[in-house]
Design a protein around this ligand. Structure first.
Ligand SMILES: C[S@@+](CC[C@H](N)C(=O)[O-])C[C@H]1O[C@@H](n2cnc3c(N)ncnc32)[C@H](O)[C@@H]1O
Length: 275
């Protein structure tokens, strides 16, 4: 694809996401767009399932990728009553109507099937070996994330892709080590996707997994090293007395305020999310 075409698609994605609330920044949305657009499927339409739709940012990114590809469908699953964490921030909520309005405004209604349900309750609607790409962006707690994998692994086709956000959240990482990244699992070729605004891990699913290769081992080492580095930072944070952390934070905030006066565009993301 030419650079102009790629820039045109990225600008179109940016426009489609304009005004859609959420935590998924454009660089990560673009990665999802490209995974959906480039995923090779022959003789059948590309079928994508997303767990954790919220108000539709990732759904729109995947759907725009499919539109650029010219075929396929995204099934977006969410109970739309938020997770424990979002309810702590926003209280009782319902994101269903806003999702529908956002999908319409983005022009992707035709290639998205929104499903108002938990992932577990929606699982029987999908046949085994029928999903080409599974995106998980729901709860990052160990039990919930483990349930997603246990329920949904069998829906993936041979060569299908599993991609999820927050791979270094402790609960998610534990599932990665216990169930996904080892010689006896059905997943191979881990790819760690890094953007400053978010990280993802992508794995290839195999019904009869090939032998574990050097490439798999390197992927595992990269992921384990990243997790180790984050753990050290967390530990260090715990060791530094909170009074010093507060002082450093207020100095940083002062600096960011100065910066935002000099360059108003610099705080666009924090304005969108009210942070
Ligand atoms: C981080 S938000 C998703 C953000 C969204 N992907 C975006 O791009 O804006 C997490 C979502 O997961 C949903 N969720 C939590 N538990 C779930 C479950 N068991 N099944 C499906 N969705 C769930 C929540 O309702 C919430 O909307």
């Amino acid at each position: 694809m030419s650079i102009e075409n790629s820039e045109r698609l990225r600008a179109s994605l940016d426009k489609a996401l304009d005004g859609v609330e959420g935590w998924l920044e454009l660089p990560v949305a673009w990665q999802l767009h490209e995974i959906a657009r480039r995923f090779p499927v022959s003789n059948e339409a590309t079928k994508i399932v997303e767990i954790g739709t919220w108000k539709g940012r990732s759904t729109i990114a995947l759907a725009k990728g499919l539109q650029a590809k010219g075929e396929g469908m995204v099934y977006g699953i969410d109970p739309h009553t938020g997770s424990e964490q979002t309810r702590l921030i926003y209280g009782e909520l319902d994101t269903w109507n806003e999702l529908l309005a956002n999908l319409k405004a983005a022009g992707v209604e035709d290639c998205v099937v929104p499903i108002r349900s938990t992932a577990h309750a929606a699982r029987p609607r999908f046949e085994d070996k029928s999903i080409h790409l599974l995106l998980i962006d729901g709860s990052r707690e160990y039990n919930e994330f483990r349930e997603y994998i246990e329920d949904w692994e069998t829906t993936l086709t041979d060569g299908g892709i599993l991609v999820f956000r927050g791979p270094f959240q402790p609960g998610v990482y534990r599932v990665v080590r216990e169930g996904l990244l080892h010689r006896r699992s059905r997943f191979r070729k881990p790819i760690y996707i890094y953007e400053r605004s978010g990280e993802m891990l992508m794995l290839e699913h195999h019904i009869d997994p090939p032998a574990w290769t050097f490439r798999d081992w390197v992927g595992l080492r990269v992921v384990a090293t990243q997790y180790g580095a984050r753990n050290s930072t967390r530990r260090l944070r715990r060791l530094v007395p909170s009074v010093f952390r507060r002082r450093a934070k207020s100095t940083l905030n002062g600096f960011l305020k100065l910066l935002s006066r000099a360059a108003p565009g610099a705080t666009a993301a924090s304005k969108r999310y009210g942070g």
